[in-house]
Design a protein around this ligand. Structure first.
Ligand code: FES
Ligand code: MG
Length: 591
């Protein structure tokens, strides 16, 4: 039928293929049966997918079911047809054993949908933690025009006149409960106050981090990340996102044009400036690998470590999502970075066809208490340190959440200000930790380091968010709120603990953590970037041989088919936790 004379569309191979009228009929007839017309499907209009991550099972993203209506209207207004379809749900707080296990499952499912159906471009409905990387990874592999739309954070939480932030309040409430300052109903009230509306976590947890970074990468319209879910601007930007993807299809502006190495370096800088989650390197390294870009934790330290923390959001700071939006969101952060020449690649292109510098350079910071200028940051040098040694090849530490208390106790030796040593207390996973942390026989004091292992992508499928371990109650009562924590798991982005985490390779992959024993002395040197058990190489080799003779580091059996499949082919955290066989597939929509 009518082709508009513009470039041939991928969907025409299904719906308007004169070389194969039989197949065209077969492909098209079921899409007519709910009322679409032949004119619509054969008019040469782009077909736009809406990758719906919201459902009753995923409350953080559930508001996308409303926003999709505005996206559809935008798509229609711009002259295209839309097909909305479900993405495998991933709810951070509801999925056992871990939501992270499902990131790669949702990725695989979305790749199949985008490859196998007549879709010319896609709107990725991102939000809750793992939904963002799952969608970006799939867009990277398929490489059809794609634009992301955040569902937006919840409104600020309030309790007795104070802001209560999602996730972050849980850590505080647990301490109050453990020390007897509140009872269980008080605990419930305090925690629930932090989730007052639809939307994702209102703190700078993994969700706000990953949505901000999707914008910093250029994959969302400017300003899209921070608008709270219930605000009218959220519906308005949903409409504009729908309009814009149609033009992106005609321009053939693809994920690989936007998510370049330069874009990832911009995102790393923005991550430091916002105080982003330690889950970000896992996810961004993973997205990059699906684009054939080598990005590792050395890049995070090199590009991000010296960047100051500008965004004063919990857990590193005071404010919450609404405040971040009112101050100007990601564009205001980028503008502050640009004023100080700290954004490495202002010319990186974004979904609107303009560069990030053009989009953000003139944006005004509307509240310098919430988004600080570079000259008066919340903290200098707020990036991640990448540590290495006989404990692991790579583990990161988020410097922006090192508290004054922690710094005074561990990082203030005048002869050795950035190093500390301690006696290792080793836990075999979260259950063992909860069981034994208050065991007086362990004699845990402020000179101990808490280790947790068996919690990486293989050991605890997907990797558990458990490395931020609270000290025993006896120490809490003495006012000691954090001990150095080290592990092969992750930690929630809403936690304010300066843990050393995402250790790779994990114990279950026979990394050095498999060999440590309670009582070992360990030395961490932040300046040198080292983390070592202070024993001889010979002793380490002996322990390794012993463990190998017993069949390697033990971990529990898989409970579902997917757990077993993922464990067999998943890579380590520092390599993006991707499915190893998947990374060789590029541009699959064009094959
Ligand atoms: Fe879904 Fe935090 S739990 S965004
Ligand atoms: Mg989380």
């Amino acid at each position: 039928m009518t082709n508009t004379g513009r470039r041939p569309l991928r969907s025409a191979a299904w719906f308007d293929n004169p070389d194969n009228p039989g197949m065209t009929t077969l492909y098209i007839e079921r899409y007519l049966n709910y009322g679409l017309t032949r004119e619509e499907l054969q008019s040469g209009k782009p077909i736009i997918g809406i990758a719906q991550t919201g459902s009753d099972l995923s409350p953080c993203n559930r508001h996308h079911m409303e926003l999709a209506k505005r996206v559809r209207e935008g798509i229609r207004a711009a002259g295209a047809i839309c097909f909305e379809f479900p993405v495998h749900p991933i709810q951070e707080t509801g999925k056992r054993p871990t939501a992270a296990l499902d990131r790669n499952l949702a990725y695989l499912g979305l790749v199949e949908v985008l490859y196998g159906y007549p879709i010319d471009g896609v709107v990725l409905m991102i939000g809750c933690d793992k939904t963002t990387p799952a969608c970006l990874m799939a867009a990277a592999t398929v490489n059809i025009p794609a634009i992301a739309l955040s569902v937006g954070p919840m409104l600020n939480g309030w309790h007795r006149g104070e802001r209560t932030g999602s996730g972050t309040i849980v850590w505080k409430a647990r301490e109050l409960l453990a020390s007897g300052e509140i009872d269980y109903p008080g605990f419930m009230d305090l925690v629930a106050s932090a989730a007052p509306s639809v939307g994702y976590c209102n703190t700078m947890g993994t969700a706000t981090t990953m949505n901000s970074l999707a914008e910093a990468l250029g994959m969302q319209l400017p300003g899209s990340a921070a608008i709270p879910a219930p605000y009218r601007e959220r519906g308005q930007i949903a409409y504009r996102t729908g309009e814009r993807i149609v033009d992106m299809v005609w321009e053939n502006l693809k994920p690989s044009d936007i998510m370049t190495r330069q874009a990832f370096e911009n995102a790393i800088v923005v991550n430091s400036a916002i105080g982003g989650s330690t889950n970000a390197p896992i996810h961004l390294n993973g997205v990059a690998r699906h684009l054939g870009i080598e990005l590792d934790n050395d890049d995070w330290q090199r590009v991000g470590l010296d960047v100051p923390l500008l965004v004063n959001l919990q857990p590193a700071g005071e404010y919450l999502g609404e405040d971040y939006h009112h101050a100007g969101g990601v564009p205001a952060v980028v503008a502050e970075l640009m004023k100080a020449n700290l954004l490495p690649h202002p010319d990186a292109v974004t979904v609107n066809g303009r560069s990030i510098g053009e989009n953000c350079g003139d944006v005004e910071n509307l509240d310098t208490k919430v988004i600080r200028p570079v000259a008066s940051p919340v903290m200098q040098k707020a990036g991640f340190i990448n540590l290495k040694g006989n404990l692991f090849d790579s583990a990161i530490m988020k410097t922006s959440v090192i508290s004054d208390e922690f710094r005074a106790r561990y990082l203030s030796n005048p002869d050795d200000p950035e190093a500390f040593e301690g006696r290792a207390i080793v836990f075999e996973g979260p259950e063992d930790y909860h069981h034994r942390i208050d065991d007086p026989e362990l004699a845990i004091d402020e000179h101990c380091m808490l280790f947790i292992r068996g919690t990486g992508p293989i050991g605890y499928p997907g990797g558990a968010e458990v490395v931020n371990m609270q000290p025993p109650a006896a120490l809490l009562k003495r006012g000691i709120h954090s001990l150095p924590c080290i592990g092969d798991g992750r930690q929630s982005g809403t936690s304010g603990s300066p843990s050393i985490l995402n250790a790779s390779p994990e114990a279950a992959a026979m990394g050095g953590l498999a060999l440590i024993q309670t009582g070992d002395r360990v030395r961490i040197d932040l300046k040198k970037g080292t983390a070592d058990i202070l024993i001889s190489d010979g002793e380490l080799a002996r322990r390794r041989a012993d463990l190998e003779a017993k069949g390697g580091f033990p971990y529990p059996a898989s409970q579902t088919p997917w757990q077993e499949i993922q464990r067999a082919i998943v890579d380590q955290f520092d390599k993006g936790m991707v499915l190893k066989p998947a990374v060789k597939y590029r541009d699959v929509a064009h094959t």
